[in-house]
Every structure is written in C-alpha cells, then in structure tokens.
Design a protein around this ligand. Sequence first.
Ligand SMILES: O=C(O)C1=C[C@@H](OP(=O)(O)O)[C@@H](O)[C@H](O)C1
Ligand SMILES: C=C(OP(=O)(O)O)C(=O)O
Length: 429
Amino acid sequence: MKLSEEKKKSVKLEGRINIPGDKSISHRSVMFGSMATGTTKITNFLAGEDCLSTISCFRELGVSIKQEGSSVEIQGNGLSKLNEPTRVLDVGNSGTTIRLMLGILAGLPFHVSLQGDDSIAKRPMKRVTGPLSQMGAKIDGRQNGTYCPLSIRGGNLEAMDYQSPVASAQVKSAILLAGLQANGTTSVTEPSKSRDHTERMLQAFGVYVIEEGNKVSITGGQTLKATTIEVPGDISSAAFFLVAGAITPNSRIVLKNVGINQTRTGIIDILVKMGALISIQNERVQSFERVADLIIETSDLKGTIISGDVIPRAIDEIPIIALAATQATGTTIIKDAQELKVKETNRIDTVVNELRKLGANIEPTDDGMIIHGKTSLHGGEVDSHGDHRIGMMLAIANLITDSEVSLKRKEAINVSYPTFFEDLQSLCK
Ligand SMILES: O=C(O)C1=C[C@@H](OP(=O)(O)O)[C@@H](O)[C@H](O)C1
Ligand SMILES: C=C(OP(=O)(O)O)C(=O)O
C-alpha cells in the first residue's frame, strides 16, 4: 500500500474492521469435520492459502467439502471411510496442515505421501514423526523422517504417555489425534501450555478429553459427531492492527469478533505491560471459544522483558511485537523464543535483518532479540522472505516511516490474511 510523503506525515487509523477467521481453528474445523459422521457447517472460515491446503488434502482423501468464501460444508463419513489418495498430498506452506494430518494418518491403514513448499521442506518434522513412530506408524522421509517429503502408512497404534520437550500445539495435537485411534489412553505433557483449540473443538465434536494443568489425555476408540462451528476472528491477525493502532499517532480502532482464548492472549498481556491502551468489550463464548471486540488507541509504549510462559501464548506475534518495541522508550528483551527459528522463516534472523534495513536498533540473541527504542524508522526496500507474518509486520512499519517501505514478495500475506491490505486501507484516514 502506497502512502504519499504528504499523507505519511498525517496518517492516522480510525474505524472498525471485522477480523477474519482464526487460522488454527479453521484448520481444525475442516480436519475434525472430515473425521466426523454427518454434516459439519463452518462459518467465518479463513479462506487463506494454508486452510485451503487443508481442504484440498481432505478432498484427496475422498471427503466431500463445499467451500464458498468463509462458508464450508463437509459431508463426513467417519475416519474409517477416508481413502488412500492417488496423488501426493500438497500442504503448501502450512506446518499445521502437515503435522496434524500426520497424527490423523498415523491411525489409518494405507499409504500417503506428503510434500510442501521450500519453507516446509526446511521445517523439523521429527518432533511429530518420532512419537508417532513410537506409537506404531510407519513413517519415512528425508534424513530418516526429519524432513519433507514424507510418507506414512498408519494403523494398529498403541497409546503413549509423551513428555514433549517443546510447548507446541502442533506436536500435542498430532499425538492426541493419533491417540484417538490407539489402544488405551494417550497423554501429552508440555513444558508450558500451548494453544488448546484441539482440546476444545474435540469436545464440540463429542469427544471426551481430560485436561490437568499442562497434561492432556484422550482415550482411543471415541468417534466424532458432526457439529456447527463459528470460527472466531484470529488474534494473530488482529495483532498487526493492535500494534498499528498503538504506534500510529492520533489513532483509535475497533477490532470486531476476535478470539481471546487464554492460550492466545499473550499479545494483549505484553502490549498492556508496555503501556498500550487496549480495552476488551462484548465478551462472549461461541463454539467453545471466548470472543470479544478489542479497542486500541495511540499509546506511549515502554520497553519490557518478554520471556517464559507468555512466549507460546504469543509465538506468532513476536515479529509485530519487535516492531512495537522499536517505538517503545527503553530496551525490550525477548527470551526463550528459540522456536522462532523453525517457523516459515528463521524469524529471529528475518525480523532483525529486515527491521535493521529501516533503521531499527535491534540485535539477535540465541533465543530471541534485544531492541533499543525509541527509533525513528526510515523507508527502504524490504523482503517478506515468503513469510506472511514478516510481510504484514513490514507493511505496518510503512505507517510510521518517513519515506516509503517497498515490500518484496508481499503475496506471502495470502497465507493467513488475504484481505489484509483492504482492511489496512479502510482504517487509514
Ligand atoms: O497448532 C497450531 O495451529 C499452531 C501452533 C503453533 O505452532 P507450534 O505448534 O509449532 O508451536 C503456531 O506457531 C502455528 O502458527 C499454529
Ligand atoms: C507458524 C505459523 O504457521 P504454520 O506452523 O501452520 O505454518 C504461523 O502462522 O505463523
């Protein structure tokens, strides 16, 4: 989005937008609807590239799925009616698709090959292929099942009690979905609690899940019954506008219909700690998830330390938090975030390198970054590196730079927020 030099000096954000559907919840709604018996209807589905990859994978397994924009209808016939696909499944850019699918496929007695784009080929899969192999699935792939392409032949799973070395909802979900098809009760314990959308949505589909602190257990042999799912807006998408509203002068914006599940609200806690003026209105519950409207106003931010249990609750928001920190007085230290290295890009490197091009005072560390504020950012040529969250962070930076930020590979944003530029434009006054 171009802003003229004159416009740049006076731009402010005003108005309200509806935040598009949550990516994590949209993926799960298609997966669980495809595993269930009966017709599942989904509204406010995120029609971004990642979730469309999930739909196309389940169509290859023989499921009838009708999708028109944000409405989806699935005719489920149960897990046992999924078919061996004739083609290689393509997960595109989506880590959630491949890791959760592996958990589902681990229990099915046929062969499937999976591949994705260049970014997926670099992301670690052993964290799921390891435990799923221990449960009894036969999995192979590059470097002994560490990287894509992967092939899996499932069936005859034994339950397991898994202590996960990482707080990862993808790992937890893959094992629970395999556990649903195993003999006995499977448990996953995490070092800190990751997002719990799988646990909540399985309950919406009639599955009994036990949660005790950071441990989740599921007993095999339960079946899913179709339901209706209204997907809340994605707080990870809202995060870009929370920061935009806070750092752009004279702004006040309303973000409607945002999911505020406790396991995802790290961004609100961090921004409030930095001094952001955020209010939460119209709290309600839909499809087992808490939802609200968020209001953000221009704020005087101050630096802070971000570490520990809040990291998994804000993991996808670290790039935009780094931008906020460049506009905060003092130093912000982000620690315990080594998981950033295995996302769509190495997000420690891409955030630091791209923000430095705009004049930020930021340095990488082994498990995060240190940002010294407040700095006036300037324009320049930057690159999303094919990572949607890096692309959106840099597009928000353009609101406060003295000259134009020119963004290469901006199409990456379609992975999670195809209407991002329209929404941004509608708020710019
Ligand atoms: O389960 C999910 O839907 C997701 C879990 C997180 O990944 P990890 O499980 O690797 O932490 C997150 O970064 C990703 O965007 C979506
Ligand atoms: C890490 C992300 O997604 P995934 O792991 O599904 O590719 C993300 O959306 O920031």
